[in-house]
Design a protein around this ligand. Structure first.
Ligand code: GTP
Ligand code: SPV
Ligand code: MN
Length: 589
C-alpha cells in the first residue's frame, strides 16, 4: 500500500510528466550531485543553472543567474485561494479554489517533461519543537532543491515522521518555461498546499519560506492562537551579560538581515542572531511570548553588504562549514572569478560581467549586480549565532519593533503607550518601496507589520488577532517603532545606521528595565537627545534633535493617508484601532 505521501507524489508526476523522480535525503553528497546537475545538465535560457566561483577566496560558492524576467517576488501573480473572497481580504488576490486548480492543472500538464522531479522532505522548525511542521516540496530545478537544503532542515527522516499521515504541508513547484504570462503562486490555506509555476525566484519558488511559513502559517496562527511574522529574532547582550530577546518586523530590503547580525558599535554590547526573516510566536505556559525561527539559512540582499556595514555576514559568506553558498544575480569579476555587487569591500574590476552575464559598462550608470541580487547561506556559518538557536521552545520576547524606510516624519525610535497603541503603530506603519518585489521603487506604501504581501487572510481579522494575542499574554512585550532612514534636506541619511543602531536598541532595553527617560508626544514616547548614548559617535545635537523631532503639523497629511488606508478594510476594521486613530487625530489636527 503506498502512503498518502507516495500517492500524492505519484499524482503530481502523472500530471507534470518528469523524466524521472529523485527523492532527496538532504545529504552533502546529494548537494554536490545537485550542483553538478545544475552546472552540466539543466539550463535556464540556454545557460547553466550554476557557475563555480573562485574556491580559494569564496569556498563552496556558486553563481546563479535567473531568467531575466524572474528577479523578485511577483505580488500581482500571487493568490490566496480561500473558499470565499472576504476571508482573503482586500490585501490578497483571490480566486475560487476549484477555478484556480483547473487553471494550474492546464498550465502544469507535462511541464516537467525532460526534467528531473525532486521530492524534498523538510521541517520548518527544529524537529523536537512542538511548533515545527513536516513538509514536502516538489520542484524541477536544482537551484530550488539546493536552496531548500540551505534554508530548511531537509532530511529523509521527515518521510518517516510523516508516515501514514495526510496532513503534511504540500508544495508543488515547476519553473515551467519561465514565462511571466504563465506565472502563478497560489495558496490553498485549508489544505496546507502551495502551487507555484513559472518562477525560480526565492519567495516565489522556495515554498517553505514566504508561501508556507508566512501566508499559510499566519492563517494557522489565526485559528490556533499564535503568530507567523516577517521578523528578525535577536538577543542583545549588555555589559553585565544579560541577554534581552526582541523581534523586529521590517518590509523587504529594509534592514532585517543587517540588524539580526549587527556588530555593536557600543563596547560591551553584543548581538546574537536567531533569525533574519521569519518568526513564529507562541504564548508559553508562563504566559510570555516565545519566538522560534523556522528557517536555518539566510536569503539575504547582496548590494550594500560589506565588512563595514555587516562584517558578520561577510564572515558567514566566507565560512567553510556548510556546503554550498549561492549568489543569485550578483555581478562577476571575470578576471578573479569572484562575485561582486555595489557597496562591497572592493571596487569593481576592469573586466566585469553584469548580473545577466553581459559585459558591464561602468559609464552606463546601470548597476552591475541586480538591486535585488541575493545570497543563500547557512545560518550555522554565522559567528553571531545564538546558543539558543536550536532551542525547541524558542526564546522569550521582551520587545517587538516595527521599522521601515521613511525619509521624513518618523523619528528614529518611538515607544508605544500600550499593546493596543503598539498594534495601531504596526497597522499604520509603511515604507518607501524597494527592489525586493516587482513594482515601482521608492514610493510610500502602507505595509502593516511588514506583512502586507504575506498575510494569508483578511488583514482586518489579522489586526483583531494581534489585539486578542495581547490580552492573552501575562506580560505582553513592549512595542516600538524605528526608522534608520530619515534624511536631511539634501536627501542624506541623518542617522549612521548599521552597528550604530545598537544605541537605539540600548534605549529600548533600558526602557524595558525602567532605566531610561523619554518624552511623551502625540505619537508615543520618544527619547530626548540626552536619552540616547552618544559616547564614541560624532553626531551633532542638531541632527539628533531632528532625528527625534515630532512635528504635529507635518502629521496632517500622514493622518489623512492613514485614514484612507484603514477605511480600505471597511467595517471589519477593529474599533480599538479606530479609537487609537481618533486619539492621534484629536492631538494633531
Ligand atoms: P528581506 O530579506 O527582503 O526581507 O530584507 P531585509 O530587511 O533582511 O533587508 P536587509 O537587511 O538585507 O537590508 C537591505 C538594505 O538595507 C541594504 O541595502 C542595506 O545596506 C540597507 N540597510 C540596512 N540597515 C541599514 C541602516 O541601518 N541604515 C541604512 N541607511 N541602510 C541600511
Ligand atoms: C523578501 O522579499 O522579503 C525576502 C526575499 O525575504 S523572498 O524570500 O524572496 O521573499
Ligand atoms: Mn523577507
Amino acid at each position: 500500500m503506498p502512503t498518502p505521501l507516495e500517492k500524492w507524489v505519484h499524482q503530481q508526476a502523472e500530471l507534470t510528466k518528469p523524466d524521472r523522480i529523485h527523492w532527496c535525503d538532504g545529504s552533502e553528497e546529494e548537494a554536490r550531485w545537485l550542483m553538478k546537475v545544475g552546472m552540466e545538465q539543466e539550463k535556464i535560457n540556454g545557460s547553466p543553472v550554476f557557475y563555480l566561483l573562485n574556491q580559494n577566496t569564496w569556498p563552496h560558492a556558486y553563481l546563479h543567474r535567473s531568467h531575466p524576467t524572474d528577479v523578485a517576488r511577483t505580488e500581482h501573480l500571487t493568490y490566496v485561494c480561500h473558499p470565499d473572497k472576504e476571508t482573503a481580504g482586500p490585501n490578497n488576490n483571490w480566486m475560487e479554489p476549484e477555478k484556480a486548480k483547473k487553471m494550474l492543472t492546464n498550465l502544469s500538464n507535462g511541464c516537467m517533461r525532460g526534467r528531473i522531479m525532486y521530492v524534498l522532505p523538510y521541517m520548518m522548525g527544529h524537529p523536537d519543537s512542538p511548533f515545527a511542521k513536516a513538509c514536502v516540496q516538489i520542484t524541477d530545478i536544482s537551484y530550488v532543491a539546493v536552496s531548500m537544503r540551505i534554508m530548511t532542515r531537509m532530511s529523509k527522516k521527515v518521510i518517516k515522521k510523516i508516515g501514514n499521515r495526510d496532513d503534511f504541508v504540500k508544495g508543488l513547484h515547476s519553473v515551467g518555461d519561465f514565462n511571466p504570462e504563465k506565472r502563478f503562486i497560489m495558496h490553498f490555506p485549508d489544505e496546507h498546499f502551495v502551487w507555484s509555476i513559472g518562477s525560480g525566484y526565492g519567495g516565489n519558488a522556495l515554498l517553505g519560506k514566504k508561501c508556507f511559513s508566512l501566508r499559510i502559517a499566519s492563517w494557522l496562527g489565526y485559528n490556533e492562537s499564535w503568530l507567523a511574522e516577517h521578523m528578525v529574532i535577536m538577543g542583545i547582550e549588555d555589559p553585565e551579560g544579560n541577554i534581552t530577546y526582541v523581534t523586529a518586523a521590517m518590509p523587504s530590503a529594509c534592514g532585517k538581515t543587517n540588524l539580526a547580525m549587527m556588530e555593536s558599535a557600543l563596547p560591551g554590547y553584543r548581538v546574537w542572531t536567531i533569525g533574519d526573516d521569519i518568526a513564529w510566536l507562541n504564548i508559553g505556559p508562563d504566559g510570555n511570548l516565545y519566538a522560534i525561527n523556522p528557517e536555518i539559512g539566510f536569503f539575504g540582499v547582496a548590494p550594500g553588504t560589506s565588512s563595514k556595514t555587516n562584517p558578520n555576514m561577510v564572515k558567514t559568506l566566507k565560512g567553510q562549514n556548510f556546503y554550498p553558498t549561492l549568489f543569485t544575480n550578483t555581478a562577476l569579476n571575470i578576471q578573479t572569478n569572484e562575485p561582486w555587487w555595489e557597496g562591497f569591500d572592493v571596487p569593481a574590476g576592469d573586466n566585469m560581467a553584469d548580473w545577466q552575464g553581459k559585459a558591464w559598462v561602468p559609464s552606463s550608470n546601470k548597476p552591475a549586480a541586480h538591486p535585488n541580487s541575493r545570497f543563500t547561506v547557512s545560518i550555522y556559518n554565522t559567528p553571531t549565532l545564538s546558543r539558543e538557536f536550536d532551542n525547541p521552545k524558542g526564546v522569550p520576547i521582551s520587545a517587538i519593533i516595527f521599522g521601515g524606510r521613511r525619509s521624513k516624519l518618523l523619528p528614529l525610535v518611538v515607544e508605544a503607550f500600550s499593546w493596543q497603541h503598539g498594534v495601531f503603530i504596526g497597522t499604520r506603519s509603511g515604507s518607501e518601496t524597494t527592489a525586493a518585489a516587482d513594482h515601482q521603487v521608492g514610493v510610500l506604501r502602507r505595509d502593516p507589520m511588514a506583512m502586507l504581501p504575506f498575510c494569508g487572510y483578511n488583514m482586518a481579522d489579522y489586526f483583531r488577532h494581534w489585539l486578542r494575542m495581547g490580552s492573552k499574554m501575562k506580560n505582553p512585550p513592549k512595542i516600538f517603532s524605528v526608522n534608520w532612514f530619515r534624511t536631511d534636506e539634501d536627501g542624506n541619511f541623518l542617522w549612521p545606521g548599521f552597528g550604530e543602531n545598537i544605541r537605539v536598541l540600548k534605549w529600548i532595553i533600558d526602557r524595558i528595565n525602567n532605566r531610561a527617560g523619554g518624552r511623551e508626544t502625540p505619537i508615543g514616547i520618544v527619547p530626548r537627545p540626552e536619552d540616547i548614548e552618544t559616547s564614541g559617535i560624532d553626531i551633532s545635537k542638531e541632527k539628533l534633535e531632528k532625528l527625534l523631532s515630532v512635528d504635529t503639523r507635518e502629521w496632517k497629511d500622514e493622518i489623512q493617508d492613514i485614514k484612507k488606508f484603514l477605511d480600505s478594510f471597511g467595517r471589519k476594521m477593529p474599533s480599538e484601532i479606530l479609537a487609537e486613530y481618533q486619539k492621534l487625530y484629536n492631538q494633531c489636527v
